[in-house]
Ligand binder design. Structure first.
Ligand code: 3PG
Length: 208
């Protein structure tokens, strides 16, 4: 899979943090029910890999990837859990090389022109722009389009339902990411109805 295909399923990729392994499957079902199939489950909690493995097994409609992949070992564990793609907050040759060796498509993070160049050198032309809000937001994405007309970005970090349409209106942004579809309190309460509603609204977002 080319990571750019992830953008074909809708305008927003949810960035998911799971505290309990048993939340993964109902959460994934709730998102799929709302029309959101591409799911980034971050490796930020001890239960993430086990939750990913269960989602892969029980929610076949979901296209599950691992987020917060920071090391080669993370990439190997993500592939072993059945992830279809990996997202990293930044690019390193160790993570890039591991993903290549595993055949695991990687969406690497960048925040500066030099980082774009390093990721491009390694063959990546679809990049996560992170942390989007803090690293310059929409004006930065527009500025990067000048020297990098052949690069596309998934901005993540600081996006909201209110500002996501402005990001999606930038021509080099085919999709964006955010944690607002899966609020921690809704996940903790098992409020899957609320999450389906948030997913439905996100899936319907259009460029401003
Ligand atoms: C990420 O990991 O990509 C971000 O933490 C998600 O950022 P948000 O919580 O601001 O959406």
């Amino acid at each position: 899979m080319d990571t750019l295909e992830l953008a074909a399923h809708g305008p927003v990729i949810p960035v998911i943090v799971l505290q309990r392994v048993e939340d993964g499957v109902p959460l994934a079902r709730a998102l799929v029910e709302g029309g959101v199939r591409v799911l980034e489950v971050t490796l930020r909690t001890p239960v993430a890999l086990a939750a990913i493995a269960r989602i892969v097994l029980e929610v076949p409609q979901a296209i599950v990837g691992a987020g917060t992949v920071r090391t080669a070992a993370d990439a190997q564990a993500a592939a072993a859990a059945g992830c279809r793609f990996a997202v990293s907050p930044g690019y390193t040759d160790a993570v890039g090389g591991a993903c290549r060796a595993l055949g695991l498509p990687l969406l690497p993070g960048v925040a500066t022109a030099g980082e774009v160049m390093r990721a491009q050198d390694a063959g990546h032309s679809f990049l996560k722009f992170f942390p989007a809000g803090a690293a310059g937001g929409v004006p930065m994405l527009k500025a990067l389009a000048g020297p990098f007309p052949d690069v596309q970005f998934c901005p993540t970090g600081g996006l909201t339902p209110a500002n996501a349409p402005e990001y999606l209106a930038v021509p080099n942004v085919p999709v964006c990411g955010g944690s607002w579809l899966t609020p921690a309190d809704a996940v903790a309460a098992g409020d899957w109805v609320r999450i389906t509603a948030l997913a439905r609204a996100a899936a319907a977002l259009r460029p401003a």
